[in-house]
Design a protein around this ligand. Sequence first.
Ligand code: G4P
Length: 311
Amino acid sequence: MAIQWYPGHMHKAKKAIVERLKSVDMVIEVLDARLPASSENPLLAKLSVGKPKLKILNKQDLADPDRTEVWMAHLQERPDTLAIALDASDTGATQKIVRACRSLLPNRQGIDKPLRVLICGIPNVGKSTLINGMLGKKSAKTGNEPGITKAEQRLFLADDFWLYDTPGMLWPKIIVEESGYNLAASGAVGRNALDEEVVALELLDYLRRHYLQELQIRYQADKDASSHWRDEEWLEWIGKKRGALLPGGRINYQKAAEVALTDFRDGQIGRITLETPNQWAIWLKKAQQNEAALKAAREARKAERKGGGKS
Ligand code: G4P
C-alpha cells in the first residue's frame, strides 16, 4: 500500500526542514513505540546528519515493553542518539526530555548559548500532548519574528531551552509496504486514504503470527482451532463475535475491520508492537530491491524509446 503524505508538497517541506535545521542544535523525533521504524522520517534522518538526536518512543503504554527495550537499544547504537520511552501519563516526561537533551549537548546553556531544539513527528503520534505537558502552565510564546513562519512555533521551556515546533514536516514516499500498513493500523493515516478491510487483514495476519494468545483472549477464540486460522477467518470470527452482521446473517467485513482496528488502537488486544529491528531490516531490503528493479525497468524503457527514435 503506497502512502504519500500530502503529495506535491514535498519540495516545500524539504526546504522548510533544511532552513530550520540550520538554526537548531539538535532534533527530537517523536516516534510511535508500536511502529518505531515506520513512524520515523527517513528524509529528516538524511537532512540532519551530524546533529544529535533524541528519539522519543511515545505511547509506550500501548507497545510491547520487551520490544520497546529492543528498539531503544537499537536506536542508541546510532551516533549521538539517545532514546527514551514515554506515554501521556508520565508526569516526569518533561524532566526526562530536558535531561536527555542537555546530556547530548552539555555546552549549550545560558541565555547567550540557548539549547535550540527542533521537535517533529508524524500526525497522531502524540506530539501536541507531549508539548502541552512540557509547557504546563507556561504559555506558548509564538514567534512573530524574522525566520519563523506563522505556522511555526518557538516555545520557551526555559530561557536557555528553546523548542521549535514546525508543523507540516512531511514524509517522502513510503517504500516499505509493511510500513504503510502499520501506519494505517496505528491511526496515523486519515481514514479516507485507506481500505480498512485490507489494513485490518494485514494487522490480523501479523497478530496471529506474533501475538496469537492476545488475539485469542480478546476474542474468546478456541485455542486449538484458532492457532491455524488465517487472517480472513479471524476477521469473520470477530464479525460473528461482535455482531458485525448484515441482514441475513452474513458478516459485515467492513464493520468487523473497524472493530479490530479500534481495539488495536485502544490497546484492547494487548500491548503490541508491529515491528522489530530485524523484521524492519528484512522489509527495507525487500523494498529497496523492488525500487531498484522498478528503476532499472524504467531506464530500460527509456533507453529503448531513445534507441527507437534514432532508427
Ligand atoms: P499529534 O499532535 O502528534 O498529532 O498527536 P496528539 O497529541 O493530538 O495525540 C493524538 C492522539 O493520541 C490523542 O487521542 C491523544 O490523546 C493520544 N495520545 C497521545 N499520547 C498518548 C500516549 O502516550 N498514550 C496513548 N495511549 N495515547 C496517547 P485522540 O483520540 O485523538 O484524542 P483524545 O482521546 O485525547 O480526545
